[in-house]
Ligand binder design. Sequence first.
Ligand SMILES: [Zn+2]
Ligand SMILES: [Zn+2]
Length: 96
Amino acid sequence: MIAAILDALVRTQRLRLIKNCETKTVFGVECPAIRACPSCGMLIEHKEACKHMHCRCSQKFCFICLEKSDSGGQYQCGAWNATCTPAPRQTSVPGQ
Ligand SMILES: [Zn+2]
Ligand SMILES: [Zn+2]
């Protein structure tokens, strides 16, 4: 019960962060500076000049389009610096 309440609080805070974070330009496209992992919802701030993210849950995804890697671990939208279509700012925190 308490765990469920804490979980809800954490989610609310994460949501506030991804909704209000600054945008930055990554490889020519505007993109929120913070994304939630599409698998576990952990927040990841973009720091390096690479769009490929590797979450601690082992999920790999593209920071710009939020496309998950395929089952072989390959990113689906090209090289680490290839331009792809930015996904809109996330409005919910994915998964658990
Ligand atoms: Zn994750
Ligand atoms: Zn992409």
